[in-house]
Unconditional design. Structure first.
Length: 174
């Protein structure tokens, strides 16, 4: 059993729900995935122990998720860059890191998206529909941006992103 990149997006979306997860169809609609993709993701996340099972309402296993996101994600799903393009800012170019890290004199990382408002170096998102899903949900957008900083950032950016990600996960799910 191998995790797929969209599984991480589903796990992060589930982190936004402090209680029981919504229905698969609601998650699918919010993420731009099919219900079968969400169902498969939940199954793989359970098998990977990144989600507790149905007895615990499919809540994220915060300690396991934290460990995987910080130490394994950049190896399992390494950052891939493309040419300068129009897109949605991510990593250090998006909040919450944007206000913490001074901007560089280079193009910022963006998820390629034709309707994006920022010109930057393309950073392929974990899943092709991430920009649309992130723009619908500010919390998800910020978590995905932190994850991208961990996947692709320099040492200082990664460290700040790791600390902020852990703080957010633990605040949300204590």
């Amino acid at each position: 059993m191998n995790l797929k990149p969209q599984d991480i997006v589903v796990a992060l979306k589930l982190c936004a729900y402090p209680e029981a997860r919504p229905t698969i169809s609601i998650l699918a609609n919010e993420l731009g995935l099919s219900p079968s993709e969400v169902h498969g993701a939940i199954g793989r996340l359970r098998k990977s122990r990144l989600l507790h099972g149905p007895n615990l309402k499919d809540r994220p296993n915060i300690s396991a998720l934290e460990e995987f996101l910080i130490h394994g994600l950049k190896y399992a799903f390494p950052a891939e860059h493309s040419e300068v393009t129009r897109g949605v800012p991510t990593s250090y170019a998006a909040e919450p890191l944007k206000s913490e890290i001074s901007s560089r004199d280079e193009f910022p990382p963006v998820w390629p998206w034709p309707e994006g408002d920022t010109r930057g170096v393309g950073l392929e998102p974990l899943y092709k529909k991430v920009p649309q899903a992130a723009l619908r949900d500010r919390r998800l957008y910020e978590l995905l941006s932190l994850v991208d900083a961990i996947r692709d950032g320099r040492a200082r950016e990664r460290k700040i992103a790791e600390q902020e990600l852990v703080r957010r996960l633990k605040t949300q799910h204590g």
